[in-house]
Ligand binder design. Structure first.
Ligand SMILES: *Cc1c(COP(=O)(O)O)cnc(C)c1O
Length: 394
């Protein structure tokens, strides 16, 4: 189909600014367009394809499960769901799991659980505090959790009970938090907002404030979780234990799945009928997520990420020395890396695409690099060569 672009743009709701690229298939860290042109993929569907494209273990698991059963309802049990919830609990230290279909849905469920829990303490303990430049999703409640006015405007009347503080500013949170605070919800590393890593002690100090005011701590691990940072979950970099965590993106390696996990004490606020989902936890998505866990374990992805990350970040820092006017800062953990530019990043993203490299720009001036976790040094070199040549030609 060679008029894909025109037809999609005619019928699809006008909400996306897409690049004029029609993708056909992928293999490992590469994707191919319909003309057979090859691109190195350092975006991975926005931190989703963590085991790369068409990983044989993932393909095999999905194919097998599709041949057995794609969907049944949560009125029954399946062994593939059993395996996944046990793994999620064991790897996170949480006691209870709910499976949803996307990140926003995971966060929406987490917000509902936090509200239900806090209501038992006091009926006006409803306030949820999130951080400026956060991103938590596009449903009405998660839009309110997303402290970026541009996403909220035009959708009034909006759900109540959300307030915002600057990220990584413990004093601001200390001023805002009160007995009315139901939960504080944060990304352990902010993704969409521009790859912001908090100071070493910030999240521990947030935990202390939450404990003092009886507020729950929710970590949105949708982007920074699932081995992305070289730890299974981003908050594990900071030795802090939350009450609720949410997952999606990398969890299914590309098959839509989301989750929220909680401690027993918090999860006990839910009773039958309080939450649910038709598709959530379906056998196909669970098989995919189990395959992703298998690959993380069998291919030692945690160690691998730590190893290639040091190489990658060191090389990017040398590039910053080469282009001190253009590159203001290189930051991130593991394979969640941002390059803060002194100019908007849009043209650089386009320049890279023309040379066969897919990256993305977020928060206007931050190049976001979130490749598949199976990326090798050789592909990092390939990426650096393209970026160097694009920056050079500016
Ligand atoms: C992408 C993202 C979401 C939203 O996930 P969807 O699957 O698009 O609903 C929420 N939180 C964070 C941190 C994200 O990166």
């Amino acid at each position: 189909m060679n008029n894909c672009i025109e037809i999609t743009d005619k019928y699809y709701m006008p909400v996306f600014n897409r690049y004029p690229l029609v993708l056909d298939y992928g293999q490992g860290c590469y994707v191919y367009d319909t003309n057979g042109r090859k691109y190195l993929d350092f975006l991975a569907g926005i931190a989703v394809n963590i085991v790369g494209h068409a990983h044989p273990k993932l393909v095999e698991a999905i194919s097998q499960q599709a041949g057995k059963m794609i969907h049944c309802s949560n009125l029954y049990y399946t062994a593939v769901q059993t395996r996944l919830v046990e793994r999620l609990a064991n790897s996170s230290g949480m006691d209870r799991v709910f499976l949803a279909n996307s990140g926003a849905e995971g966060n929406e469920g987490a917000i509902k659980l936090a509200r239900k829990y806090a209501k038992k303490i006091s009926p006006d303990k409803v306030e949820i505090i999130t951080a400026n430049h956060s991103f938590h999703g596009r449903t009405l409640a998660t839009l309110m959790a997303t402290a970026q006015p541009k996403y909220q405007q035009g959708f009034e009347p909006l759900p109540q009970g959300f307030s915002y503080v600057p990220y990584n500013d413990i004093k601001a949170l200390a001023d805002k938090i009160s007995d009315r605070t139901c939960a504080v919800m944060l990304e352990a590393i902010q993704g969409e907002g521009g790859i912001h890593v908090p100071d070493g002690q910030y999240l521990a100090a947030v935990r202390e404030l939450c404990d003092r005011y009886g507020a729950l701590l929710i970590f949105d691990e949708i982007q920074c979780g699932m081995a992305r940072t070289g730890k299974m979950f981003g908050y594990q970099l900071f030795n802090v234990k939350p009450d609720i965590i949410t997952l999606a993106k990398g969890l299914g390696g590309g098959v839509p799945i989301g989750a929220f996990l909680a401690t027993e004490q918090v999860a006990a606020a839910f009773s039958p009928g309080d939450h649910g989902s038709t598709f959530g936890g379906n056998p196909l998505a669970c098989a995919a997520a189990n395959a992703v866990f298998d690959v993380i374990e069998q291919e030692n992805l945690l160690e691998h990420v730590q190893e290639v990350s040091s190489y990658f970040i060191a090389k990017l820092q040398s590039m910053q020395e080469k282009y001190p006017k253009l590159i203001q800062e290189v930051r991130g953990k593991g394979l969640m890396v941002g390059i803060e530019l002194s100019v908007p990043g849009k043209d650089i993203v386009t320049g890279c695409l023309e040379q066969g490299l897919i990256i993305n720009c977020t928060a206007n001036t931050v190049l976001r690099l979130v490749p598949p976790l199976v990326v090798q040094r050789q592909q990092i070199d390939e990426m650096l060569n393209v970026l160097d040549s694009v920056l050079e030609s500016r």
